[in-house]
Design a protein around this ligand. Structure first.
Ligand SMILES: Nc1ncnc2c1ncn2[C@@H]1O[C@H](COP(=O)(O)OP(=O)(O)OP(=O)(O)O)[C@@H](O)[C@H]1O
Ligand SMILES: [Mg+2]
Length: 148
């Protein structure tokens, strides 16, 4: 019944694009017939990843700093979303993924972004190279019970 689907978008790493990005991915995921709660999980996870690219990847908010977002739906209704930036990268990914780890403690950051993504999605991988950028890939099986 279902066929795979794919989308790719590129946006500047600007705070104002965070809501656009999460709503775009949520809109793309609609064909999986997600529940309200699944939609909310996806939006929250995308929001954390995009916010990280805006806040941490680049020195300042500039329109030439880019974020690339891809989303895929495979035949069994698994949604895969990747959020990639070309910024500073992460020295120690394992440490960064720990709850409460933050390099911006004074900026109202709590160090919970990656933990939130892990909680709301089924799978999270973080690939990063200092000086080159970071790719966050998250995966969630959608609407499993409703489909046969
Ligand atoms: N795209 C990125 N580029 C560079 N560093 C990043 C990126 N994403 C995360 N990090 C690093 O990983 C740390 C942990 O990220 P996480 O989202 O868990 O917490 P936070 O962003 O510091 O706080 P919160 O998400 O709770 O506001 C960040 O403080 C930052 O050092
Ligand atoms: Mg964060």
């Amino acid at each position: 019944m279902m066929n795979g689907n794919h989308m790719k978008m590129e946006i500047p790493a600007l705070g104002k694009n965070e809501s656009f990005a999460r709503n775009a991915v949520a809109g793309f995921a609609v064909e999986c017939s997600p529940t309200v709660s699944e939609i909310s999980d996806i939006k929250t996870a995308v929001s954390e990843a995009v916010t990280n690219a805006v806040v941490h990847a680049y020195d300042a908010e500039r329109a030439e700093n880019l974020i690339e977002i891809c989303a895929d739906i495979d035949d069994d209704g698994t949604l895969t979303v990747s959020v990639r930036d070309f910024g500073r990268g992460i020295e120690d990914v394992a440490a960064a993924r720990e709850p409460f780890f933050t390099t911006k403690p004074d900026d109202e950051r709590s160090g919970m972004g990656f933990t939130v993504i892990e909680t709301f999605m089924d799978e999270l991988t973080v690939d990063s190279e200092p000086g080159k950028g970071t790719t966050v890939v998250m995966r969630k099986r959608i609407g499993g019970n409703a489909r046969t």
